[in-house]
Design a protein around this ligand. Structure first.
Ligand SMILES: C[S@@+](CC[C@H](N)C(=O)[O-])C[C@H]1O[C@@H](n2cnc3c(N)ncnc32)[C@H](O)[C@@H]1O
Length: 282
């Protein structure tokens, strides 16, 4: 009861509000420029806070589509090497085995940049958290009628619990692990969904390994990532990661990989030239 009595009556509250508004009005009249700058910064912050992620997703899907059309054939050939193992695989699913096709899960599929690497009749499951890729993915898919989409999951690779354990023959990630939030979780999910002896194919850009000859690149990768500049522009991409120790730690029966410099088309992309390519077998 004591507590309630301390609440001021309505008149006092009204007077206080009027005084505050009068002070604000005087401030605005005395400093109109600063007020506009303050209001604009506040409005921009609210906009970025509410729509920033959405805007970045839209912009990234658009820019990724543009980049994919710029990638030279040499880069595709560079990627292609690890996909050659697909031709010797047979599906664990008797029906698909009969059809000589495979069930593949691609995590972070984007616009579907790897359609051309998949065998005829591939049953493809894709998972990607960015819904704005859908338009580009569908446009691109129209050129590959030989691939059958089984499921499209709009979710992070960390959150693909809906994909049954031991159910897919192959999992693919290309240029994805640089952006994931929890790499050990994604790679554990990959191992979980693969059938025994299933293959995990990865092509990822990584932290520069040659500290003697390419220390400037290594420095740029660190500075661009640590300042948040590169992750901001490229939707969470980190230039200074190396997924190999994580892949090894998750415990595949065999991991075969190599590091090499990828042929990338423009000078500023050289920061992402060091690549890791490989195949891990469950
Ligand atoms: C640089 S793009 C690569 C797209 C495509 N794989 C390629 O090779 O062109 C990165 C992709 O990873 C996706 N991505 C980002 N975070 C992810 C996560 N946590 N799980 C799965 N995919 C993710 C993005 O939406 C985007 O499609």
């Amino acid at each position: 009861m004591e507590y309630w009595k301390r609440i001021p009556d309505k008149e006092v509250v009204k007077e206080g509000v009027e005084l505050a508004f009068a002070a604000l009005r005087r401030h605005v009249q005395a400093r109109p420029k600063e007020t506009w700058v303050g209001l604009s910064v506040a409005a921009a912050s609210i906009f970025i806070w509410k729509y920033g992620q959405d805007f970045r997703h839209r912009y990234f899907a658009w820019i990724n589509n543009k980049f994919n059309h710029m990638k030279p054939q040499e880069y595709e050939d560079f990627k292609h090497k690890v996909f050659t193992c697909l031709k010797d695989l047979t599906s664990h699913d008797p029906k698909l085995k009969e059809e000589k096709s495979l069930r593949i899960l691609e995590i972070g599929a984007g616009i579907g940049a790897n359609f051309d690497k998949y065998p005829n009749n591939t049953r493809l499951i894709v998972a990607d958290p960015n819904p704005y890729f859908e338009k580009y993915f569908s446009e691109n898919k129209a050129n590959f009628p030989n691939i059958k989409i089984e499921t499209i999951i709009v979710a992070k690779g960390e959150d693909i619990d809906m994909v049954e354990s031991n159910s897919v023959d192959v999992v693919v990630t290309t240029l994805v692990l640089c952006s994931v939030t929890d790499m050990p979780k994604v790679i554990s999910q990959i191992k979980r969904v693969l059938v025994p002896a299933g293959k995990y194919i990865f092509v990822e850009h990584v932290h520069e390994w040659d500290r003697n000859n390419h220390r400037i690149r290594r420095f740029l990768q660190d500075i661009l990532t640590v300042t948040g500049f590169w992750p901001f522009i490229f939707d969470g991409c980190h230039l200074n990661r190396n997924p190999l120790p994580v892949i090894d730690a998750v415990g595949f029966s065999n991991v075969s990989s190599n590091q090499d410099y990828a042929p990338l088309p423009v000078w500023w992309m050289k920061v992402a030239q060091p690549h890791l390519r490989g195949v891990a077998t469950k």
